[in-house]
Design a protein around this ligand. Structure first.
Ligand code: NAD
Length: 476
């Protein structure tokens, strides 16, 4: 596939390209151009040319186009979902949910298209004030590979609705679904140049977007270390930034929890997308009185998961994105067990099925009795490892949930309102779930604090993140 600038499918001016492979078997799928700063310059020029006409349309008109994009996507969701499964490896059910989720996001923002988001008020003897919300201009959006369609939706929908134009860069491991989704924008009548997609790596194409002096805002989703570099690069031209970064969410299961629901929550919370989700359950804390029952039930459920190629409807968990990502997770498991910092309950190795040996597969892994300072609790582990420890009272539960440099999400599973209230007020994260984890509908603001980022996406507020406020004072 090619990158898309001003509606045109193009190779990189450098002529360089890179292959995209299926993580389930290593098979070649397609190539994409390796974009350079020159490609980014061309994309910015195209976005600038498209800006005046797009930004002067009524918000409702822009919303109508986004609504048609969602319709197009719904029509073709099976075909797009299959491509997502082939490039990222996720089970087809999860891919279908993600593509429908993309359509849901666009439809949600359409519902805001007629909102009046400016204001006006009297200044008494001075006169009157009108507060307008104007588009920021050309924006840059950089996304990772784990949920490319959802993240494309979170960034394109509010930015375009509010009259901005965009240069978007997907990750090199998962650019194809994003390029395919562009067809729906085109079929829905989005003018050329409003959305431009430059493919390439972070060091070259990504940094060129962040450093570009005429891009006025950058929204970045990815690793916290790279987020730090984005923040510094963006400072040079004083850009607006939104950073959605890593997470190490705690899930705390209280003594009165519904064990069946909570084990289902931990199963999906950790092993959805092969454990590669920013808001996955990355640390599990059990009230000590339920430890053995909970671990026994969770182990049974984990061992029933069907691991394999995501194209089969039977598959519950696919491969990791590539073998190098698998090596990182294996390294954490190995070093934890070698140091005697945990008890392996299940998993911890690759599946033995010869049909799937070429893929980046790893069995879902549960390790209990993990001490506070062991790697699975200190680092963001982006793969199917669930580390477990116990807590004896609410003070310890709050302390452990906060015992991380990250602050994306956390959940508590209980029917005791006092426990839930204490946890939700004292745990320092952007999102708290009670008897739930992972689910974020489009109307819920989402984002983190501490090393998990700056700003919020999703929800009504994110439309403000794509506007500049202008106050106009009319004297008497
Ligand atoms: P990554 O940071 O390696 O890459 C993300 C994107 O940024 C890619 O497109 C990459 O090419 C680009 N990039 C990398 N360095 C860059 C730089 N210095 N300047 C500009 N662009 C750069 O992340 P990843 O490995 O693809 O994704 C996994 C990470 O993303 C995890 O930490 C995960 O928690 C996080 N994530 C966060 C959210 C959220 O909403 N908070 C959602 C999904 C994933």
């Amino acid at each position: 596939m090619k990158m898309i600038i001003g509606g045109e499918r193009r190779d990189s001016v450098s002529g360089r390209s890179i292959p995209v492979n299926n993580p389930a078997n290593g098979d070649f799928i397609d190539t994409i151009p390796l974009g350079t700063s020159e490609d980014v310059n061309i994309a910015v020029e195209s976005a600038e040319n498209a800006l005046p006409k797009w930004s002067e349309k009524q918000c409702r008109e822009r919303g109508k186009i986004l609504f048609h994009v969602a319709e197009e996507v719904r029509k073709n969701h099976k075909e797009i979902a299959l491509l997502l499964t082939i490039e990222v490896g996720k089970p087809i059910r999860e891919s279908i949910d993600e593509i429908r989720g993309f359509a849901n996001i666009l439809e949600y923002y359409c519902s805001l298209a007629s909102s009046n988001i400016g204001e006006s008020f009297s200044l008494g003897p001075i006169g009157d004030c009108i507060v307008n919300r104007e588009p920021i201009g050309v924006c840059g959006a950089i996304i990772p590979w784990n949920v490319p369609a959802i993240l494309m939706g979170w960034k394109t929908a509010p930015a375009l609705l509010m009259g901005n134009t965009l240069v978007l860069k997907p990750a090199i491991a998962a650019p194809l679904t994003v390029l395919k989704l562009y067809d729906s924008f085109e079929n829905a009548g989005l003018p050329h140049g409003v959305l431009n997609i430059v493919t390439g790596n972070g060091e070259e194409a990504g940094r060129a977007i962040v450093r570009h002096p005429r891009i006025r805002k950058v929204t970045f989703t990815g690793d916290s270390q790279n987020g730090r570099s984005v923040r510094m690069d963006a400072a040079e031209s004083m850009k607006h930034i939104t950073l959605e970064l890593g997470g190490s969410d705690a899930m705390v299961v209280w003594k009165d929890a519904d064990i069946n629901k909570a084990t289902d929550g931990a199963l999906r919370g950790r092993f959805y997308n092969c454990g590669q989700a920013c808001l996955a359950v990355k640390r599990l804390y059990l009230h000590e009185s339920i430890k053995d029952t909970f671990i026994g039930e969770l182990k049974n459920k984990i061992e029933k998961l069907k691991i394999g190629d995501g194209r089969s409807v039977e598959t519950d968990m696919g491969p990791l994105i590539n073998v190098s990502q698998r090596s990182k997770v294996e390294d954490v498991i190995r070093s934890t067990l070698e140091k005697g910092e945990g008890t392996l309950i299940t998993g911890g190795k690759r599946p033995e099925d010869p049909v799937i040996t070429n893929g980046a597969f790893l069995l879902p892994t549960l390790i209990s009795d993990i001490p506070d300072d062991a790697r699975p609790f200190r680092e963001e582990v982006f793969g199917p490892l669930l580390p477990v420890a116990t807590v004896e009272d609410i003070d310890t539960a709050v302390k452990q949930a906060n015992n991380t440099p990250f602050g994306l999400g956390a959940s508590i599973w209980t029917h005791d309102m006092n426990v839930a209230r204490r946890f939700s007020s004292d745990v320092k994260t952007g999102v708290i779930w009670i008897n739930k984890h992972l689910t974020i509908p489009p109307d819920v603001p989402f984002g983190g604090i501490k090393e998990s980022g700056i700003g919020r996406e999703n929800g009504r507020n994110s439309i403000y993140e794509y506007t500049e406020t202008k106050s106009i004072i009319i004297g008497k």
